[in-house]
Each structure stands twice: as structure tokens, then as C-alpha cells.
Design a protein around this ligand. Structure first.
Ligand code: C5P
Length: 416
């Protein structure tokens, strides 16, 4: 990577301070950074600190006689292997969509013939606003790679998606782009373009009567993040979700279900697919009979009613063992509280799937924002460090893209 150079456009947001860490991390990997600081960006970091870390002059003005004599803005836009906008504010993205050229950053984005990577960071409402959704979709179809922001507590005190991804995740994406991996000719066509992925997420609800049900604590976060990461790689994604309090990630077709049997039907209706990722915490049993009227207590001292259970279909096993329409890559999850890897390895065989993403749910994982997983394949076990659920999703999407990009054997070996 030592001969690679990026042009980093630092937008105006509180996350701008993380661009300093990004410059340092890239420098450690031998990736040179030339920087444009927008006037908003310079409210959060100074040109002096940016130039001290990058070891280069920082560009701020569109019309600067000295800069134009040294390096014109057109040349600046083409002198890098990759243009990275970090943080990409809602305003910068809107300008890029509409082809504005009223400052150095927007003019550079319009003039460049180099691949562009945008790393958004903004308030959750701004990120979820219809205008930003339209802009992100337009940027992606224009060939720009737009990373999904992280979810969590924000500087403004709100909670949700909109946080700048962790610096190591940004560095990994930059390296991937520079490697030319995953992105065709760097023009932003995702590595999963042309594929169809089905993801299940959330809990299922198994009714006992019209007001009561059996369910579990699954928040759906990991499954939704995986659906979003696959869509960000260009896949057509069908997300079959049990009841959760989450917005569907953009670009994903959401099918809402309640019970395990409805979930299986929705998955089968969505086939054929290249990839099936079974993240849902499907209830193993359901009440054998769901009363049509609310069950009533018969009076003090009356006998406690007993509940007979019936087994639910195992969606993962059913899909894994399909003769017709079995997706090329079937991935299951194994939430365990003990002996995680042994159980996961046994589950791989029992279910007949290709990979198992194993996680230890003995702590605060279920419903939380972080996850620590091991990817179990027939080739072995790959242990990942604890990271945010969005990072897990991104990394898994990349593994999936690598596996689909290779030969059939690679499907089994890609996770080693
Ligand atoms: O057997 P266990 O529930 O631990 O297996 C977990 C994996 O199987 C997950 O991928 C989950 O989505 C899937 N599963 C399923 N249908 C069930 C039970 C689990 O698809 N009825």
C-alpha cells in the first residue's frame, strides 16, 4: 500500500476530529493523505493539526492564487487513487448529488475521475430523513460507495444510526477500495451486485390467545445490520423480520411476519436466492392451540391451566436441506451461553448449513449494540474481536462477497 495516496475531504461535523486519527492510521500503513478541509470542517479541526498529521499542505479555498499556481483544483481532484469524504455530512452528500461546485470540496467531487468513498456521520433524524435516503440512493447509483453509519449514542444525545463508523472499519474499507477488491473498477458497483440475499431477523411471536404470546428478547439489530451491509454491497436483499422496533435499512425489501410458520413461508416465497442468512431468534415451540378468545381465569383457587407445546419448523434446516432452490451459501447463527464453539460446530452439521456465526449470549449481547463472534465453517474457526453489530455485519458481508466471488470450494474456505 506504500505507493497509494488518498484525497481526504473533511466535512463539518463533530466527527471531523476522528479524521485526525484516520490520517494517522493511514500513515502507519504507508497510505499518504492529502486533505481538503471544508469551512465547516475547520470549525472542528484546524488546518494546522491536519497538516501536522498528514505532513502535507491542507487545501481549503476554491479560489486561491497560490494553490492554483502550485496545484490547480482539477489536478487536486485527480491526484489520488481514491477520494474519501469523512465525515460526509448531509450537506456535502446533497451537494454531490446535485453537482454543486460552489466550494473546493464540492468542485473536487464534481471534477474527479477517481473512485469516491463517503463515510457519513450525522444526527439520526437527518440520516433517516427522506431527503438523505434519496441522496444516498442516488450517490450509490452514481457509483459512489457510501458506508453505513454505526448505531449508538450520539454527541447530540440521541440514539440510533448516524455515528461515524469506527476508524479501523473505515481504514479496512479504504484498503479494500485501494486493493480493488469488492468494488468493480472502483466505480462503486458493490461486490454483491446482481445477487439476491434473504435475511431473517428478530424474534417470532407464537400466540397463546389473541393477547398473549411466547417470544424472546431478540432486538433484530444484528439481522437488520446484516441486511443493510449486504444492500450496501449492492445485493438485492429480502429481510424477513419478526416484530421489532427498528426501521428497515435503506434499499432492503422488508417482509413483516409474526410466527415461525409465517417466517418460513415468507423465506420460501422469496427463493431463489444466492445467500440465506438466518439471524432470527425463531421460537422453537409454539402453543399447540391458540385460543380464539382471551383465556380467562376461572376464579380464585381454580386449577392452573396447562399449556401444550408443538414444535415449530426449523427454517435454517429446511432451507439448508432443500434439493431445489437451495441458496449457494447458507449461514446460521448460534446463540449459546456456554461451550459456544463446540455447540456451533455440532450445529453446522445438524442443520446442514455452510457457516455458523457463533456468539456468546451469556452477557449483554442480546438486545445490546455489540457482539463477539466466531465464524465456524467446515474449514475451521475464525474468532473475531468484540465489535459493534454494524462492524460484524460489514465484515460478514465482505466475507460473503469474497466467498461468492471465488470458486465453490472458496465458499467453504473463505472464513479460514
Ligand atoms: O438450534 P438453534 O435455535 O440454536 O439454531 C439457531 C439457528 O437456527 C439460527 O440461525 C436461527 O435463525 C435458526 N433457527 C431457525 N428456525 C428455528 C430455530 C432456529 O431458522 N425454528
Amino acid at each position: 500500500m506504500s505507493d497509494k495516496r488518498i484525497l481526504l475531504i473533511i466535512g463539518g461535523g463533530i466527527a471531523a476530529y476522528k479524521s485526525l486519527e484516520l490520517i494517522r492510521e493511514l500513515g502507519r500503513r504507508g497510505i499518504a493523505c492529502r486533505c481538503i478541509l471544508t469551512s465547516g470542517g475547520s470549525q472542528f479541526v484546524t488546518p494546522l493539526s491536519v497538516s501536522a498529521l498528514s505532513g502535507e499542505k491542507v487545501f481549503t479555498e476554491l479560489f486561491d492564487l497560490d494553490d492554483e499556481a502550485e496545484m490547480g483544483h482539477i489536478q487536486l481532484s485527480r491526484s489520488a487513487d481514491l477520494v474519501v469524504v469523512c465525515p460526509a455530512t448531509a450537506d456535502l452528500m446533497a451537494k454531490a448529488v446535485h453537482g454543486h461546485a460552489n466550494d473546493l470540496a464540492s468542485t473536487t467531487l464534481l471534477a474527479t475521475d477517481t473512485p469516491v468513498l463517503m463515510v457519513p456521520a450525522m444526527n439520526v433524524r437527518m440520516w433517516q430523513h427522506a431527503a438523505t435516503e434519496r441522496n444516498v440512493a442516488q450517490l450509490r447509483s452514481d457509483g459512489v460507495t457510501v458506508m453505513e453509519p454505526d448505531e449508538g449514542a450520539m454527541a447530540c444525545g440521541e440514539f440510533g444510526p448516524g455515528r461515524l463508523p469506527q476508524v479501523p472499519a473505515i481504514v479496512a474499507e479504504i484498503e479494500r477500495q485501494l486493493d480493488g477488491q469488492g468494488q468493480s473498477s472502483g466505480k462503486g458497483k458493490g461486490a454483491l451486485e446482481g445477487t439476491h440475499c434473504i435475511v431473517t431477523a428478530g424474534p417470532t411471536r407464537e400466540p397463546l390467545d389473541p393477547v398473549r404470546f411466547l417470544s424472546n428478547h431478540s432486538s433484530g439489530r444484528q439481522g437488520y445490520a446484516i441486511a443493510g451491509a449486504l444492500a450496501a454491497e449492492g445485493a438485492r436483499v429480502t429481510l424477513v423480520s419478526g416484530p421489532v422496533a427498528l426501521e428497515a435499512p435503506r434499499g432492503v425489501d422488508l417482509v413483516k411476519v409474526e410466527t415461525a410458520r409465517q417466517m418460513l413461508k415468507a423465506v420460501e416465497d422469496a427463493l431463489p436466492a444466492d445467500v440465506f442468512v438466518s439471524v432470527a431468534a425463531v421460537a422453537d415451540w409454539r402453543p399447540a392451540r391458540a385460543a380464539t378468545k382471551k383465556l380467562k381465569i376461572k376464579g380464585a383457587g381454580s386449577a392452573t391451566p396447562s399449556m401444550e407445546l408443538a414444535e415449530n419448523p426449523d427454517i435454517l434446516r429446511t432451507v439448508s436441506n432443500k434439493r431445489k432452490n437451495r441458496p449457494g451459501l447458507v449461514i446460521g447463527f448460534a446463540a449459546e451461553t456456554n461451550d459456544v464453539e463446540e455447540h456451533a460446530t455440532a450445529k453446522l452439521k445438524r442443520k446442514g448449513c455452510d457457516w455458523i456465526v457463533a456468539n456468546d449470549v451469556s452477557g449483554d449481547v442480546m438486545g445490546g449494540t455489540e457482539n463477539e463472534i466466531a465464524l465456524v465453517t467446515q474449514g475451521g474457526i475464525d474468532r473475531w474481536p468484540r465489535m459493534g453489530k454494524t462492524d460484524v455485519a460489514r465484515r460478514l458481508a465482505q466475507k460473503i462477497a469474497e466467498a461468492l466471488g471465488g470458486s465453490d470450494d472458496d465458499v467453504k474456505l473463505a472464513a479460514e
